[in-house]
Structure formats: C-alpha cells, structure tokens
Design a protein around this ligand. Sequence first.
Ligand code: SF4
Ligand code: SF4
Length: 186
Amino acid sequence: MIRYDSEGAAQLRDRMLSRVKADVAACYQCGNCSAGCPAAFTFDYAPNQIMRMLQVGMLDEVLASSAVQLCVQCLTCTSRCPRNIDIAGIFEDLKTVAVAKDVRVPEDAATFNRVFLENVAKYGRLTEAMMLLRYNLMSKHPLNDAELGIPMLTKGKVEVLPKKAAGADEVGRIYRKSLEKARWEG
Ligand code: SF4
Ligand code: SF4
C-alpha cells in the first residue's frame, strides 16, 4: 500500500530540484520511461513506480530498491519523458545517496557500485581487471566469470597492471567531495 508522507515528499522534491534540477511532482505516470527502459526487467520497481514513490516521500524504500542499483544510466527514460524530467539523473543521485548512507541493497549491488566508483576515483578511469578482481573478492565469489576473464587477460583484451589516467587525482577529489555532499544532504 502506498502511503503519503507530505513532509518527506516536499523535502524530496526540493532536494531533487536543487541537486538534479528535476521535479518529481511533474510526473503524470504516462509510463514512457518504464516502456523504454532496457533494464526494467531486472528491477523490483519500474522507473514510473519509483517516480510515484518519490512523489509520496518513500525515500527509504526507493534507496533500498534494486531498481536504483541496477539502473545502467542509458538515459532512455530521460530522453522519452514528455515532462522533461531527468529520471536517469534522479537514479544516479539516489545511488550516490544510498552509498553515502550505507543503505543495505540487494544482489551485491552496493559492493559493485562501491568497487566501481573507488576504482574510477583511484585510476581516473575504469580498470576492468582490478575492479573485477576486487569485486569478486569482496562479494566472496573469487572465481566468478573466471572462464570469461582469463581468456580476455591472456589475449590482452584487459590490462593486468593498471595505469592512472591524467587527472586521476582530480577525479578522486571530486568523488570524495560528492560523497561528503551526499552524506551531508542525505
Ligand atoms: S516518462 Fe516522465 S511523466 Fe511519464 S511516467 Fe516516466 S517520469 Fe513520469
Ligand atoms: S537510465 Fe536507468 S532507469 Fe532510465 S532507461 Fe536507462 S536503465 Fe532504465
């Protein structure tokens, strides 16, 4: 059952407006975002349902949803919304808030997101081998996808020893600052 939390809803709406420049209240539930979402079949709530939950202030439920964690940021929803709502931007912002608040999320998604972001923050770009190695160790599946990873390593498709990109330190600084901001505002 959807409950209405008017105070929480107003706070959420203000935060989305200030952080993402997106007004969740403008959503009129046409469903275009969900119809075009290539990852919706993996979500517990479709994008339009997430929008409705945000409208009524269900932040905790949204932060704990697999939808927020499994969004692949393809931007299809944003490009199709007749109300010009940046739905993908909202999902990305919520993902950051979930990391900052250490929200428990399903399917090792939090581990994946954290390892991915820390990898980019450290090297200034994604270094696949290091990220997957660390993810497998942290998610306690050390041999996960080994049958795919080993041939890629031996054929030189992924680099074994990662190199930092130019500006990596700046990327790391931005990452830490955005985490602090999300903790402060979350
Ligand atoms: S496409 Fe836009 S208006 Fe339609 S349901 Fe999604 S967010 Fe709401
Ligand atoms: S950005 Fe995320 S929510 Fe939007 S269509 Fe792509 S996967 Fe779905």
